[in-house]
Write a protein that binds this ligand. Sequence first.
Ligand code: SAM
Length: 240
Amino acid sequence: MKTVAWVVVSVACVLAGVHCLLAAGSEWESQREGMVAVQIAGRDVTDPSVLRAMRRVPRHLFVPEVARAEAYGDFPLPIGQGQTISQPYIVAYMTQLLRLKPGAKTLEVGTGSGYQAAVLAEVTRTNVYSIEIVEPLAKTAAERLKQLGYGQVVVKCGDGYLGWPQHAPFDAIIVTAGAEHVPPPLIEQLKRGGRMVIPVGGAWAVQSLVIVEKLADGTVKRQDDIPVRFVPLTGKGRDR
Ligand code: SAM
């Protein structure tokens, strides 16, 4: 009799636990839906593949546990090592500017938490190459991405100013730290017909989000978009 009671209690506990987990899961999902509706589609992001990606990637698992409750807020958050995960809208907006197609080979400079890389992987459904200069961030992001099923994101620790020549040329390049100028190696590694999005301006100042296009004849066109504020691109870009 005692055994039957114990089994009943155990099954009830397991079911209650599963119920709590599902409830918590759907709570994050509804926060994510709200974020997309208000902050992203509610502004000017219309690309269905970007909206889908922003609905799918569990942003709360890319921020430190203490900041989880604020993960879907309309602002950047600290991720440790003096770095930040960008505001959701900026992630979506920059991704849209890249005009990605499924299969596009993409390079990200500034892995940070790995969140932007996961969004890129959702949109392109292929390998994403991402470089992070701060070793503990690179290591944590690589582990997190693998754990969350984004094994197609290849992360390396290094100076993204130099790009990743072994995997070049890229259809798209996104730089998620503010550079003093557009790094020439990144222009070199952009495919003809490819696009790069990069914040350019002084460290800790308001920067300009610059769109760089490499045309079919190899000429490079540069266009300033909106003002933004990113943490600085360090490494070679700042030492000269
Ligand atoms: N994309 C990130 C995300 O989704 O969490 C946020 C990026 S955070 C705004 C900028 C990142 O760029 C920081 O993690 C910083 O360490 C990194 N960074 C700065 N200079 C770099 C460089 N030269 N090469 C690679 N990463 C760099």
